[in-house]
Design a protein around this ligand. Structure first.
Ligand SMILES: [Zn+2]
Length: 174
């Protein structure tokens, strides 16, 4: 469990809503994908400098997720969580627990680029973009409004889908 005092300067747990936006440091690429999978607006750039990360967080009112103990010593830094777990799934559970996240919006955000997904109503539109089997057997398709990637039920890696039940159980327990 994460003690509340480890979430620095955040207003109150009640103030944290689904609208929270994140920026993850360069060590947390997989965590960023998990958060997007759950519908959270999460920026991630591999190789981002500390100063740029902090600047973007301030400008866009984003909550910083970091594994860098050096970064959190920077004077005046606020709204951050120091992530302790090594593997991405437990990192995700840390974030959910610390910020008391309960509302997830699956299939709303592109795991790859953080863009918004929009529903495709005319299946014919994506006929050439997905495997034939998928085209024939799936009826719900979504497209990233930024990078154009197509999603369908089951298109996320198997690991994501298997772990999903664990996440929902976890959020109900807390
Ligand atoms: Zn995308």
């Amino acid at each position: 469990m994460i003690r509340r005092k480890e979430i620095k300067n955040y207003l109150t747990p009640d103030a944290i809503s689904q609208d929270i936006k994140f920026i993850a440091d360069a060590m947390l690429g997989r965590l960023a994908r998990w958060l997007r999978f759950l519908g959270f607006d999460t920026l991630y750039y591999s190789g981002i400098s500390d100063s740029r990360l902090i600047r973007i967080a301030k400008e866009q009112d984003r909550f910083i997720l970091t594994r860098d103990t050096r970064l959190i010593r920077i004077k005046g830094l606020k709204d951050y969580l120091l992530i302790k777990a090594n593997d991405s799934f437990h990192q995700l559970l840390e974030v959910i627990d610390a910020l008391k996240l309960k509302h997830f919006d699956l299939l709303s955000r592109c795991v790859k680029c953080n863009g918004r997904l929009s529903r495709i109503f005319d299946k014919g539109e994506i006929k050439d973009s997905v495997p034939e089997y998928v085209f024939l057997h799936c009826n719900i398709f979504l497209k990233c409004t930024d990078c154009g990637r197509i999603y369908w039920e089951g298109s996320h890696p198997k690991k994501f889908r298997e772990k999903l039940g664990d996440i929902l159980k976890f959020s109900n327990d807390t």
